[in-house]
Design a protein around this ligand. Structure first.
Ligand code: USQ
Length: 406
């Protein structure tokens, strides 16, 4: 297949591009390199040293003989260029990762809120609009998020996208329907993914676009078999307070002797998936497109759920790290249960990589190797969800800011 990977320079986009190229697909990365600019804005860098995208693709060719092409396009702004590119290349499939994906970054200031909404919503709409305009019947696979559902405890499992409901009719009977699970975003970033869902519903219904939406949990790990082929193919690894995600942060914190930064009581339960399973799920989704005219196909792309404090305790037991319970910069339920259905990927043959499989130690090893690149002052999460919360968040990472250290 000819596949366009939008956002192919990012944390999941890069290993996905390599995985698909290794399987013989013709891969084209489209990216505006915004993630690298945001590193510059925030004054942070990936824990792992990352080469330019051109250098990465050169090394990939050198190691495997396969070519990945790179095209510098900003989906949100360069509508005509995107449309012309799609018309010229006519890919069989498009994987859409090209969105600002950090919840804390999206909540930093009014500017960051505007940027995230403008970037994410315009990128998705420009893509859908262009596909219709040039009659492109490509399968669109989008990286959504488990966060569209919210994480509230309802005493029932979260279905894969659609909720069966019974509606009372005017005659007093009932009709059964399946509706999109009620959106319940917890950040501006998550809200843009909820808006994406509506764009997909409309374009699938109105224009028959074939769309798969993957509601992914928190990705952990860093290596895939392809990124390990050469040191310069290494994946990025975010540890800072905006882009670092919880489990990878705990592992790097343990590796450098920094207290594990649990927000609040750590009673938040979230869905997780290893990066290797993430790229495999995307491949499985590509192999199973919806038919033209079918509704949007939605998968829950996660393999297990964990409570944040249980993860901290696990990492502490494994490494001897201390745990710090900090004031939570986010407005979120302090404690929640979460049960998620994910039968569709399991039925397609996904064999989940779980936390028990020794891969936690692999991440700690990567973190130790590159520990010299860590700026400890960038570890705390200082992006507050509301103006009331902001004064509770102190910036000193290892002194004043820690409420208690266990
Ligand atoms: N948390 C801590 N300590 C930390 C960092 C986070 O306790 O040092 C807590 C947060 O308060 C939150 C939970 O851990 O309750 C998860 O935070 P996160 O930063 O790991 O994940 P999140 O902001 O939800 O976003 C990440 C990705 C996003 C993706 C989402 C999937 O950045 O792109 O959509 O995970 S999900 O969480 O399932 O919605």
């Amino acid at each position: 297949m000819k596949i366009a990977v939008l956002g192919g320079d990012g944390f999941v986009g890069w290993p996905t591009s390599l995985h698909l190229s290794a399987r013989g697909h013709e891969v084209h990365i489209i990216d505006n390199l915004s993630r690298r600019w945001i590193d510059t804005e925030l004054g942070v860098q990936s824990l792992t040293p990352m080469d330019s995208i051109q250098e990465r693709t050169r090394i990939w060719h050198q190691e495997t003989g396969r070519r990945i092409r790179f095209h510098l396009i900003d989906l949100a702004r360069d509508y005509e260029i995107l449309k012309a590119w799609l018309a010229e290349h006519r890919p069989d499939a498009i994987i859409h990762f090209a969105e600002q994906r950090a919840a804390p970054y999206s909540m930093k200031s009014d500017r960051h809120k505007n940027y995230t909404v403008n970037n994410n919503v315009n990128a998705t709409h420009n893509l859908l609009n262009a596909m219709v305009e040039i009659d492109l019947d490509a399968h669109l696979v989008h990286l959504g998020t488990m966060g569209v559902y919210g994480y509230s405890t309802v005493g029932a499992a979260i279905p894969e996208g659609y909720l069966p409901v019974e509606v009372e009719t005017l005659e007093g009977g009932t009709v059964r329907q399946e509706i999109l699970y009620p959106a319940n975003p917890g950040s501006i970033y998550h809200m843009t993914k909820c808006l994406d869902q509506l764009l997909f519903q409309f374009y699938a219904k109105n224009d028959g676009l074939r769309i798969t939406d993957l509601h992914q949990g928190i990705v952990w790990g860093t290596h895939t078999p392809e990124t390990m082929l050469h040191p310069q193919l290494i994946n990025r690894f975010d540890y800072d307070g905006d882009y670092g995600t919880v489990l990878n942060r705990f592992l790097i914190q343990a590796a450098i002797g920094y207290p594990l930064t649990v927000h609040g009581t750590g009673g938040q339960t979230r869905a997780f998936i290893h990066i290797r399973d993430s790229v495999r799920c995307i491949e499985l989704a590509l192999e199973n497109p919806p038919k033209r005219g079918e509704r949007v196909k939605i998968y829950n792309q996660m393999t297990e759920t964990h409570r944040v404090r249980d993860l901290a305790e696990l990492v502490a037991r494994m490494t001897g790290a201390r745990i710090a319970y900090l004031p939570n910069p986010r407005k979120e339920a302090p404690e929640n249960d979460l049960v998620v259905r994910n039968e569709q990927f399991l039925a397609l043959g996904l064999n989940p990589t779980t936390l028990e499989e020794g891969l936690l130690a692999e991440v700690v090893d990567v973190a130790r190797k590159f520990a010299y690149r860590v700026d400890r002052s960038r570890i705390p999460s200082v992006s507050a969800w509301t103006k009331d919360i902001a004064p509770m968040i102190e910036r000193d990472p290892e002194g004043k800011r820690l409420k208690s250290v266990g």
